[in-house]
Design a protein around this ligand. Structure first.
Ligand code: TTP
Ligand code: CA
Length: 394
């Protein structure tokens, strides 16, 4: 029996929580992020604000120029969003025992067995949306399909408040018209190369022989793209304990040179990673920074901490220090930035997946920070740390 995978993604998550809790803000553009007079960025915004072309990671000054006077600007309240997230993940667990939270507002569920209990995929998707709405009063977009790729593309395809089912027999019709960029491994580097060959959609790729793709993209990427274009992808949902690493990244709509935007985005990615790690009762000692420079040069840099952590600030400071250590910062435009955590410190706890196990076994926060700084200092020399830490973290 083919698997049935569901991807759940809350709509405009931080902004939706704000509008839920402040009814007078409903129906209005709401921007969650930096203060409008400052140099920070938009974390997210309500769909009313998106109509003005505003989106995550846009400098707040640019957003403020586009938005009308009735717009509400609000600072993020991570603790409240994390509480809501926990409620969502807990209620999803009542639906399926196999839930993989992938970020604060996204999860994959293996729904294969639910078809006997609940009914067809549409009914399962409706149930997921209903339990979320009942538990937290928010809308989610849901996609169901035979694997993770299709489920994710399905949930993305109708937002907000969408429910999209792609049965195995319709995978090809669903994928064929999509742009190449939806395939993993067709990056900014390969997409233009393929487009020069007159290939624009997944369907165009699918009609190419495997050998041509391998020649154009290299053996590995060529094979991967060939498979994905046929809708063949990973169909497993990983229980938290099997996960090798936790990471979060953002691709900017336009290339970024403003260090403030990079800093804020990195801070957000670190919060997401720290949050997922704490939910899973994990602490990791390897922090990885990922940066893609214009137009397509991807760099990763890792630092090993003396003590494992799941602390947002520690992750952020380490990643920021790794970034500061790179000579290209400030000169080259950045297209993507992200943080990863791995090198798990201990066997993950098998207890309640969603209990808030934010406690980190060793040392105080201050101790850990010092150990981090020491470790980076050992690796890169002292001057770098002073540069990296010159701006007081908040
Ligand atoms: P997303 O799921 O990417 O976005 P969203 O839930 O706001 O909107 P959508 O309806 O398109 O799913 O991210 C989840 C939350 O993470 C988002 O509410 C705010 C935060 N976030 C940032 O702080 N910075 C970012 O660059 C991104 C992409 C998200
Ligand atoms: Ca979302």
């Amino acid at each position: 029996m083919p698997r049935l995978i569901m991807h759940v993604d809350l709509d405009a998550f931080y902004a939706a929580v704000e509008q839920r809790d402040r009814p007078e803000w409903r129906g209005r553009p709401v921007v969650v992020g930096a203060a409008p007079g400052g140099r920070g960025v938009v974390a997210t915004c309500s769909y009313e604000a998106r109509r003005y072309g505003v989106h995550s990671a846009m400098p707040i000054a640019v957003a403020a120029r586009r938005l009308p006077p009735e717009t509400v600007y609000v600072r993020p309240d991570m603790a409240r969003y994390a509480r809501v997230s926990r409620e969502i993940m807990t209620v999803l667990q009542t639906l399926s025992p196999v839930v993989e939270p992938v970020s604060i507002d996204e999860a994959y569920l293996d729904c294969t067995g639910l078809q006997r209990l609940i009914g067809p995929p549409e009914a399962i998707g409706r149930r997921a949306k209903a339990v979320i709405r009942e538990a937290v009063g928010l809308t989610a977009s849901v996609g169901l399909g035979p694997n993770r790729l299709i489920a994710k593309l399905a949930s993305d395809s109708h937002k907000p408040d969408g429910l999209t089912v792609v049965p195995a027999g319709q995978v090809q019709a669903f994928l064929d018209p999509m742009p190449l960029a939806v395939l993993r491994g067709v990056g900014v580097k390969t997409a233009p190369r393929l487009e020069r060959l007159g290939l624009h959609s997944v369907g165009d790729i699918r009609r190419l022989p495997l050998e041509t793709l391998r020649r154009q993209l290299g053996a590995r990427a060529g094979t991967a793209v060939h498979q994905q274009a046929r809708g063949i992808a990973d169909d497993r949902v990983y229980p938290a304990r099997e996960r090798q690493s936790i990471s979060k990244e953002t691709t900017f709509g336009t290339d970024v040179t403003d260090p403030e935007v990079l800093r804020e985005t990195l801070r957000w990615a670190a919060q997401e990673v720290g949050y997922v790690a704490r939910q899973e009762g994990r602490a990791g000692s390897v922090v990885t920074l990922k940066v893609r420079l214009h137009p397509f040069e991807t760099h990763t840099r890792s630092g090993t901490l003396r003590a494992a952590t799941a602390d947002d600030r520690m992750l952020f400071r380490t990643a920021w220090a790794l970034l500061q250590a790179e000579h290209w910062l400030g000169r080259r435009a950045v297209r993507l930035i992200g943080v990863g955590l791995s090198g798990w410190h201990s066997e993950p706890e098998q207890g309640d997946l969603f209990a808030d196990s934010g406690v980190i076994p060793e040392g105080s926060d201050a101790d850990r920070l010092h150990e981090t700084l020491d470790a980076i200092r050992d690796k890169f020399g002292k001057g770098m740390i002073q540069r990296g830490m010159a701006r007081p973290p908040s």
